[in-house]
Design a binder for this molecule. Structure first.
Ligand SMILES: NC(=O)c1ccc[n+]([C@@H]2O[C@H](COP(=O)([O-])OP(=O)(O)OC[C@H]3O[C@@H](n4cnc5c(N)ncnc54)[C@H](OP(=O)(O)O)[C@@H]3O)[C@@H](O)[C@H]2O)c1
Length: 350
């Protein structure tokens, strides 16, 4: 395995990729900028212009292997990940580098777990997809709520946004991701009912009570990977979905010097085991910006050895979830995490 502080960011030209490059530098790592277009890489912000740049397409396996040579980890920020995940991960593992990505797409995570676990173990590296706002954050919160346990009768994940300014990458990824979404029912991955159940959810401040619909993302696949859960349902409030489906809504705009938009989020997790119900939630700003400290925290830990060992793994399986959440709150100032025993139940029509 490589022991270097160089981290290749594929999709460094994108909105999320730029936040990731900034965060890697803040953490003292050395980003290598990569993407499919030399022209787009030539146009990165002036503050990134001194960094190494490597243009390569994902349908060029030899080129990908050359591009990742000499880096310790690859952070893939180029979606749809159904397109980019496997080629990048194969190249990373073949050259002895860890692989991380920020996918919200369930089938992309399933494919990586299926195809890369064996090769990653053999190469002595880790493959950790979905270490991002959608996917990884809920996985970490559920793992932390279980407090060392690995079994729950019921888990509910309710993501709430006050609005959504979607990037072009989000819109394209949403359009391409046509697979039937998965939940966990009776301990097994199962298809979400159609139409998806809807109802209301009482979020912690600042959102309060909101109309929601079941809309599972990659957290279902990651949680199923390492936790024994009887029932797992995920919800999103419907107001930001209206933004997502409105082509007139613009991409996010920076409202502070770090580039964050004014968007506010809550990720609310309720875990029931027997008579014990625990609620843990994270609040913060800008789902794209917050993805950078989340995935970079993983890269830092893979490079300094604070992870569970080689192979393909869920975020809460690869890392100490409680410690990661504390680091995101304390050091990166990215989140506020709170928990409570009591829970006033939401009303979801089933
Ligand atoms: N799970 C989460 O919470 C989370 C958070 C943030 C982002 N994401 C996902 O991450 C992806 C990127 O989002 P974004 O906000 O950064 O979007 P964006 O600003 O539109 O950037 C998209 C990036 O992906 C690259 N790309 C797209 N298709 C590609 C392909 N076929 N081959 C190689 N590169 C390709 C683009 O390269 P060019 O510059 O050459 O066009 C660009 O670098 C999306 O899929 C989004 O859904 C997920």
């Amino acid at each position: 395995m490589n022991t270097t502080d160089r981290v290749l960011v594929y999709g460094a030209t994108g909105h999320t990729g730029r936040f990731v490059v900034d965060e890697l530098q803040r953490r003292g790592l050395v980003p290598v900028l990569a993407g499919r277009s030399a022209e787009r890489l030539a146009g990165v912000p002036a503050r990134h212009a001194h960094l190494d740049r490597r243009a390569v397409r994902t349908d060029d396996p030899d080129g990908l292997r050359r591009a990742v040579a000499g880096v310790g980890a690859v952070v893939n920020c180029a979606g749809p990940f159904l397109h980019t995940g496997l080629p990048l991960a194969h190249a990373a593992v073949a050259s002895g580098a860890h692989y991380l990505d920020v996918t919200a797409e369930q089938p992309a995570v399933q494919a990586l777990y299926r195809e890369l676990d064996g090769p990653a173990r053999a190469a002595g590296v880790a493959v950790v997809p979905a270490l991002a706002f959608y996917g990884g954050l809920a996985d970490l919160l559920v793992t932390a709520a279980l407090d060392g346990g690995s079994r729950a009768d019921e888990v509910e994940v309710a993501i709430g946004l006050d609005r959504w300014w979607p990037t072009a990458g989000t819109r394209v990824t949403g359009e391409r991701n046509t697979a039937t979404r998965l939940v966990v029912r009776a301990g097994e991955l199962a298809e979400l009912e159609s139409p998806a159940p809807s109802g209301t959810w009482r979020y912690p401040p600042p959102l309060g009570e909101q109309a929601v619909v079941q809309l599972p993302f990659s957290e279902v696949v990651t949680i199923d990977r390492h936790l024994d859960v009887g029932e797992l349902r995920s919800y999103l409030n419907t107001a930001p979905l209206d933004d997502l489906h409105d082509p007139a809504i613009p991409a996010p705009a920076a409202t502070d010097e770090s580039g964050r938009s004014a968007q506010q989020f809550v990720v609310d997790v309720v875990v029931r085991r027997g008579a014990d119900t625990r609620r843990t939630w994270a609040t913060g700003r800008d789902i794209y910006a917050v993805t950078a400290p989340i995935v970079v925290e993983g890269a830092v830990r893979l490079l300094d050895g604070r992870y569970g060992g080689p192979g393909a793994a869920a975020p809460g399986e690869a890392f100490d979830a409680t410690d990661v959440l504390a680091a995101l709150e304390r050091d990166a100032g990215a989140l506020v995490v709170r928990s409570a025993q009591a829970w006033s139940r939401s009303s979801i029509s089933r």
